[in-house]
Design a protein around this ligand. Structure first.
Ligand code: FE2
Ligand code: FE2
Length: 471
């Protein structure tokens, strides 16, 4: 493990210079990445941005702050430190030493898992590329850039693994990661939620709360992997991902806080005329982003995922904190199911139900956000509350994909759904209204009408700090 050197073409802590072939391969991918960033990355030109850059994975080094000229931004390769004694925590290889090389028999499965994770990283940059034009403050603009450069770095993390461990096929997959684009007709991103637009900042906050949180859980399962380089990569990515969650959590906090304030000050639910976002509209955006994010966990049951687990490729969330045998061949789990067309549950083997296990961990985590937003409403003296819709609501993947259900979990006919879905999901009118509020505020210390300023700035700086210098 070395300390990354920012005078190198590709800063890294993986001793890249010791493997000239790999170094050359990555150096030839680098210009394609930079072209992709030019073409598909943030559209708002910035002179420099107050960014957190990793200069070391240890101590405070992973979070070095400073104004960085965007044209000089350097994406590096960082793996968490290696634990030479690490053993596999689950599955049929439990107790054996973690793998430093990809076993031939799991090559294509591991490659697939890395490609699917890798595909989401640049996708979100593409989805968010136009948001700079409507940033509600310099603080928020800075956070957007921070999220974007880190998602770019997460792509590097996956591309490093593909180049280092998967030969020619890995290099081809790395090229494809830049070729597919979010929302493209010909070559869309692999997962549905990553082809949806992020057209406004309410969507951005919901996305970073709900969809980046899916990423956190997926990375958590890959961090358990028997393939040690993947585990160490994900461990470090999770550190960066925590900031994305913070942007989402506090972003929604601030929207709710502003709405509650306008409601109480004017004694009305109708805050639109005051430049705030009505609670109904916030709830609809929440419903949308939560339900499409639930789809990202796949079907309730999956034999592929059972096999990944038994093989040691992908574990459970906080695998080592579980008190069972970590093999699960004798265990069972209740999973959501349609029983004679009704919403219910059914018992399956714990291994095939692993997607459900992960989705439930995720849902419990999401409930934390709703609780905190409701505390903000309560403290402001607003009686209404936000909620997470039922798991059967607006699903395109899994047991409930064939049916329609209300947010409270009542089954609906196709006709009822069509006539009522505008009560629960953002309508064109809602989206147009939200977009009408999206006027850029680039003046230091100023903020748009529809959200409260943050409680804390970045790295101890005040809210009115010059987080971004625009061109
Ligand atoms: Fe990421
Ligand atoms: Fe993220």
């Amino acid at each position: 493990m070395t300390t990354p050197d920012y005078s190198e073409k590709i800063p890294n802590n993986v001793s890249l210079h010791e493997d000239r072939r790999l170094q050359r391969a990555l150096e030839s991918w680098q210009p394609d990445f930079l072209t992709w960033w030019q073409d598909m990355g943030p559209t708002l030109p910035a002179q420099d941005v107050y960014l957190r850059t990793a200069t070391d994975v240890r101590g405070e080094g992973w979070a070095t702050f400073g104004h960085v000229p965007m044209k000089d931004y350097r994406w590096g390769i960082f793996l968490a430190d290696r634990n030479p004694d690490r053993t596999i925590a689950f599955g049929q290889h439990k107790g054996e030493p973690a793998w430093q090389k990809v076993p031939g028999e799991y090559r294509s499965e591991l490659r697939r898992l890395i490609v699917i994770q890798g595909d989401t990283e640049p996708a979100s940059v593409e989805q968010q590329r136009n948001l700079g034009a409507t940033a509600p403050s310099l603080y928020d603009l800075r956070n957007l850039f921070q999220v974007n450069v880190e998602e770019g770095r997460h792509l590097w993390a996956m591309v490093y693994l593909l180049h280092a461990h998967f030969g020619r096929e890995g290099r081809e997959e790395a090229a494809e990661l830049l070729h597919r684009n979010s929302g493209s007709q010909d070559a869309p991103r692999i997962l549905g939620a990553f082809n949806e637009e992020t057209p406004d900042w309410l969507s951005f906050f919901m996305f970073t709360y709900f969809t980046d949180r899916d990423g956190k859980y997926q990375l958590g399962t890959l961090k358990e992997s028997a393939f040690d380089p993947l585990s160490r990569t994900c461990e470090f990515m999770l550190k960066e991902e925590a900031h994305h969650m913070m942007v989402g959590t506090t972003g929604v906090d601030r929207v709710v806080e502003r709405t509650a304030r306008v409601m109480t000050e004017n004694d009305t639910d109708d805050v639109a005329g005051h430049g705030a976002i009505p609670l109904d509209v916030i709830q609809k955006y929440l419903n949308f982003h939560y339900s499409v994010s639930l789809d990202l966990f796949g079907g309730e049951t999956s034999t592929n995922v059972a096999n990944y687990y038994s093989a040691g490729l992908k574990g459970r969330w906080l695998e080592e904190r579980r008190s069972d045998d970590h093999v699960l061949t004798d265990d069972s789990i209740m999973v959501d199911a349609l029983i004679d067309g009704q919403i219910g549950v059914t018992e399956v083997s714990a291994l095939t139900g692993l997607n459900t296990d992960l989705r439930r961990e995720y849902i419990a985590d999401c409930e934390g956000g709703v609780k905190r937003w409701n505390r903000i409403l309560e403290r402001a003296g607003v009686g209404r509350r936000l909620y997470l819709p039922h798991v059967a609501f607006n699903r395109q993947v899994g047991a409930f994909a064939p049916i329609e259900a209300s947010p409270s979990g009542d089954r609906l006919t196709a006709g009822e759904w069509e006539s009522r879905k505008g009560e629960w999901l953002p309508t064109d009118t809602d989206k147009t209204f939200v977009r009408s509020l999206m006027k850029p505020v680039y003046e230091r210390g100023k903020i748009a009408s529809w959200l409260a300023p943050p409680r804390n700035g970045i790295n101890g700086q005040p809210f009115d700090y010059e987080y971004v210098h625009l061109v």
